[in-house]
Design a protein around this ligand. Sequence first.
Ligand SMILES: Cc1cc2nc3c(=O)[nH]c(=O)nc-3n(C[C@H](O)[C@H](O)[C@H](O)COP(=O)(O)O)c2cc1C
Length: 250
Amino acid sequence: MNETIELLKNHRSVRAFKLGRDVNEAQVEAIIKAAMAAPNWINGQQVSVIEVRDSKKKSTLANAAGNQRWVEEAPVFLVFCIDFYRAKLAAEKNGTQFQIVEDLEALIIGSTDVGIALGSAVIAAESMGLGTVPIGGIRRNPQTFVELLDLPEYVFPVSGLVIGHPKTIPDQKPRMPLKATHQKEQYNANIQREVIDQYDQTISTYMTERTSGQDSSNWSSKIANFYDAGFDQYSKNSSPTIKNQGFHYK
Ligand SMILES: Cc1cc2nc3c(=O)[nH]c(=O)nc-3n(C[C@H](O)[C@H](O)[C@H](O)COP(=O)(O)O)c2cc1C
């Protein structure tokens, strides 16, 4: 259709990087500029990105994110944070109450802004031939990130983004058929179960090929397990840090 759409449709997360191949400062700056040019809520710019290159720091953060080795193997690790610290300064400057952090809306606003910025960063990096993988695993131990990155109140780390030169590029992970995810005029809940049955087959085949037969798990089992016990560490550690950072939603 056009180059941008082809790039978007060709996306895949990369978890194997060429060791010793740097991503230079100009590239990182271009990626962050692209991310910050994205739409954001009331132009409040509720996102900050911390660039981490220090090997020791990356190694500690890789462990905190659930032993994700690619965090330390790639040259650049960006940490995307919800940031209401500047909004707090704006409230102080203007002598107003800073009420937003008492509401769950703050997290919806911040997470949306982070998600959009992260998406733009992924595409900017891919447009330069780089590989990326977002790291939501940082919320397994967000307090480690707060302390190591010196995050002030009203700043919370939502997702990392690993950036490097791909060593291998995996096959593209198939998505659900559009009839499930793109509905017209109204939501049709009746078709979803049938789509899941088909998609379970698709993902099981994909996983079998990708892991040379070691893992043939399907989509629904993976999702069901994650939203059962797989979520434990996030639920134990994420909310307390969010609250420590000053978000006191009810
Ligand atoms: C917010 C977010 C957090 C993610 N966290 C992780 C992570 O911690 N570790 C990981 O290996 N992949 C992570 N991913 C990558 C997803 O697993 C991946 O995007 C998904 O399986 C689809 O595969 P694809 O990106 O190759 O199409 C994350 C993706 C997003 C959007």
